[in-house]
Design a binder for this molecule. Structure first.
Ligand code: TXA
Ligand code: MG
Length: 348
């Protein structure tokens, strides 16, 4: 993973951001996955301000971001050795672990659940901020820095576009484009003894990579698994309807929609005929994930009738990307059929 150049570490800005967090304000900061909207995890009013700014329900837990080498046992209790092993293997990095919450940690960060989500991000600006905040002993509660249900930001400008006007965010630290581009993998270890590890959200770190460290393959969530808002079916959605089709079908749909005068914004990774708007993404899971959210935002701005996405392959490394695309397309079922058969008004 390439790191942001040392020159981008503006110590004065990082110091000011840390003081703002300590004063209970909200600060948006870059991570290697997506930008986060941070608050002091031990200040329930500051955490409440995140929910208000995002328009997010109060009972949704947020991830607590920790500096490298922060003691896990300040935040969590009954920590299994598997958690220590995963932290050693993948932190700093795009893995969030759900553990049993320590009694001293306010339940505001976990939406009233008895667990806490912990992660140490690898972006150098995030690490510098976490080290400056409360002398590296604090935790920064941070969901993705977008309005509830919207596409996560991978650039500082995305955050400014969404929160710039409303005054709820004290500062936006700019650390360039998020390298990974989709949110962290979430693994639940809070019920390890009874349920084993559970993969709550797929991401860059695969279930297989986790299994290679702890000798247990994380399973899919059961009904009693801790709630994760990123697992709502309709998450990560642009305003324009989204539909996914594989390459051959997509080519056909493009010509049919063109014949009907429909405007298509296309996200693809192989050769396609020209359309109203298009963005070509790399044909690798990492490259596609890195560029996906910025592409969704850009195509959302094209006043198209539909965003058509060339469905990626189904393999394990594509799991995170397919998960996010499925959610983006949820709620748009039947859009292509509707556009072809005239039951949907063209975009104004
Ligand atoms: O990559 C990421 O994880 C980014 C960056 C900023 O670190 N953050 C992020 O946060 O995606 P957010 O709030 O958009 O998604 C966090 C997910 C949610 O689905 C939330 O429900 C889940 O983590 N989560 C957090 N704490 C939890 C807990 N105690 N139990 C279950 N799920 C939890
Ligand atoms: Mg989010």
């Amino acid at each position: 993973m390439t790191n942001v150049a040392e020159a981008q570490l503006d110590q004065a800005a990082i110091g000011a951001a840390a003081r703002a967090l300590e004063a209970g304000r909200l600060v948006a900061f870059p991570t290697e996955t997506v930008y986060g909207l941070g608050a002091d995890a031990e200040n329930p009013q500051a955490v409440a301000a995140i929910y208000a700014a995002k328009g997010r329900p109060q009972d949704h837990p947020v991830i607590v971001h920790l500096a490298p080498d922060a003691p896990l046992d300040y935040w969590a209790t009954d920590i299994p050795r598997e958690a220590q092993a995963l932290a050693e293997a993948f932190w700093p990095g795009p893995l969030t672990m759900i553990l049993r919450r320590a009694p001293n940690i306010p339940d505001a960060v976990s939406g009233g659940q008895d667990t806490v989500g912990l992660r140490c991000p690898s972006h150098p600006v995030a690490i510098a901020l976490l080290r400056a905040f409360k002398g590296g002993k604090g935790g920064v509660a941070a969901p993705s820095a977008n309005k509830f249900g919207a596409v996560s930001p991978t650039l500082a400008q995305h955050v400014r576009d969404e929160f710039g006007a409303d005054g709820s965010v004290a500062m936006v630290l700019d650390g360039g484009a998020s390298q990974v581009g989709i949110e962290s993998t979430i693994v639940d270890l809070s019920r390890l003894a009874t349920h084993g590890p559970v993969l709550l959200r797929p991401g860059h770190i695969s279930a297989e990579a986790i299994a290679a460290v702890i000798d247990q393959l994380p399973s899919s969530p059961d009904a009693a698994a801790p709630r994760a808002s990123g697992t709502l079916e309709s998450h990560y959605a642009p305003h324009t309807p989204v539909a996914m089709q594989d390459g051959a079908q997509l080519r056909q749909t493009l010509s049919e929609l063109a014949a009907k005068g429909r405007k298509v914004a296309l996200i693809h990774y192989s050769g396609m005929p020209p359309t109203h708007a298009a963005q070509l993404l790399p044909a690798t899971p990492d490259g596609f994930a890195h560029a996906l959210y910025a592409a969704l935002r850009a195509m959302d701005g094209k006043k198209a009738d539909v965003i058509l996405v060339e469905a990626p392959p189904q393999g394990g490394d594509w799991l995170g990307v397919n998960d996010r695309l499925r959610r983006a397309a949820h709620g748009s079922t039947g859009i292509v059929h509707g556009l072809l058969n005239g039951d949907v008004d063209p975009a104004a």
